[in-house]
Design a protein around this ligand. Sequence first.
Ligand code: G3H
Ligand code: 13P
Ligand code: ZN
Length: 308
Amino acid sequence: PLITSKDLFSKAYDGKFAIGAFNVNNMEIIQGIVDAAKEEKAPLILQVSAGARKYANPKYLKKLVEAAVEDSGLPIVLHLDHGEDFEICKQCIDDGFTSVMIDASHHPFEENIALTKQVVEYAHARGVVVEAELGRLAGVEDAVNVSAADAAFTDPQQAAEFVEKTGVDSLAIAIGTSHGAYKFKGDPNLDFERLQKIASLLPGFPLVLHGASTVLPEFVELCNKYGGDIPGAQGVPEEMLRKAASMGVCKINIDTDLRLAMTAAIRKSLAENPGNFDPRKYMGEGRSAIKEMVRHKIANVLGCNNFL
Ligand code: G3H
Ligand code: 13P
Ligand code: ZN
């Protein structure tokens, strides 16, 4: 069934594991993820960005997710990723999403609180849960010194005040991750001390980590081998994600790893089969690559396998 993340997060919190939140844009991506979760007996958060809605058409995406729920029998959360205003959150809630993110993190603190509170009121009245964000998701390369990190990363006291004042159900925090394939210039580094402080001020409360792809070297290498140009890509090491999951991070967001897996497999398939022009062949290879990558992620990094 389509569910909210409430129970998933409380089990993840207690069990010190995390639920994977995967960005979906088309049928093959959804099928690859759902097949993996089915084999690993894992719950899923499928998340849709404004860009995904624009690309695929909201009606198609909704039906594809409904088909995934019906076909797999898995508990699945349908979540809006990075909703930028009240209107898109309202639209998704009205469309049957079970979870929305209001991302007002670029606004001043008080405005972030006010906007988040408005979404929480609308959502909770309809049985929908809300994720918000506090702090800015910049790579550590931007945080060259402590004061820069303090300005961009989530302030623990503010996080506690924010949760208390908004009634939000989960909170995305900034501790050094960033979106995309270029997360660190030097050695990967996350501010676990900050995470520890935030978690200690919010006992039992689910935290969310965006920008949490590991940027698997095998896919970067395949892309580059078959005509791609993705130099110096680097993600969050698996060990850091496991550690975050043990410290109150209940939702781990993954998009870049899906993009890389699909692109690597399609590049390889097209390069090795120059005479093929049946999209089912290379899209099928992309879907299989996503499935294997997500299985690995669920069983070896997130730890939400054998949940059902
Ligand atoms: O947070 C960003 C996600 O990777 C979604 O990306 O807005 O290009 O769909 P998108
Ligand atoms: P990645 O770019 O690391 O996959 O992060 C995705 C994300 O945070 C979506 O909201
Ligand atoms: Zn994100």
